[in-house]
Design a binder for this molecule. Sequence first.
Ligand code: TPP
Ligand code: MG
Length: 375
Amino acid sequence: MPLKTVARMEIQRLEILAPDGTVDKALMPKVSDELLLKMYRLMFQIRRFDERAVKLQRSGRLGTYPMITGQEASQCVPPLALKPTDWVVPTYRGGGVYFARGMQMRYALLYWAGDDRGTHFPDGSNDMIFSIPVGTHLTQAAGLAWGEKLKKTKGVALTYCGDGTSSKGDLHEALTFAGQFKLPAIYLIENNHWAISVPRERQSASETLAQKAWGYGVAGLQVDGNDALAVYKAVTDAVARARAGEGPTLLECETYRVSHHTTADDATRYRSDKEVESWKKRDPIARMKKFLTARKLWDEKKEKALAEATEAWIDGEVEAYESFPPPNPLDMLANNYEHAPRALIEQRAELEELLKFKGGATILTELPPAEGRFP
Ligand SMILES: Cc1ncc(C[n+]2csc(CCOP(=O)(O)OP(=O)(O)O)c2C)c(N)n1
Ligand SMILES: [Mg+2]
């Protein structure tokens, strides 16, 4: 007797806008010309910003910085399918997400300078700061979605993670919970093919990352993550499902990390130029430009004006970032606890004394060793 099949899995892939700028009309979502142009502008601007941030780091004006180039569609487009009141929980590589949510990039620069004031958000914003620990934010996003469900707000939580992070237990826990409680959550895996120097093929034996959804009773879809229109449709559909109480969605957006992992990495040591060049042909911005040009929504004159406006905007953000007064070293001990433990209070008092003594200069290496002083 053959065994009975009790379940079958099928994973679909969504592609709408091809690298040559043509679209699959049958799948094309309803998007106004204004929104199409907004997608393009955001992607264009964040790429120029990314390039500037790398120059700032290389010239000693910024700390370690994670590059976005190549991933603009997966980053800038999903927030456009959300309301400002929805939650967004990004990773460290989420500069484009942050920008598309309307944040000022001067704060992102402060953040990458290691300054606590870079975690500033406007009041009422439902955005979390970049998660540097990989995966820890995924269960937090489930918690935020659960809160919205309990409050019956119809609010949604969108969170991101990388292909590497999808191997961590955090995603398992988050999806188990989100699937079981039918949470209004969207888990977007930005499969950029690399987790630092570990390639996607070495990451998991799973044929797709989208199929991981299946094990949790979560909807799963693979998306061309360099295709702004496919990303928009996939997220819009996931948001509709979430608001209708139909539960979470896992989206695998397939894209490529064109640059190094961060400014502290040298990707030429572990991957070929040939691979990088082949992905540049699938660039998300170039294909959107071809599409908009064919629709007569874009031309070289507009491109030039946008480039100039972008440079001026970046200059302004960099100037604002560099005009912040130096941070107060005491702030590194702030906001860690609602009620700080005694040891921390004592350390703060000690640091305060030393700072007074040294007139505010950085003297952290001169602090006496802490052993044996605390219970
Ligand atoms: C908990 C934790 N472990 C290890 C690291 C070190 N780390 C930083 S990025 C990274 C790889 C992440 O790769 P992926 O999830 O594919 O994201 P990508 O960087 O490609 O966007 C690792 C292991 C970390 N930040 N946090
Ligand atoms: Mg990755």
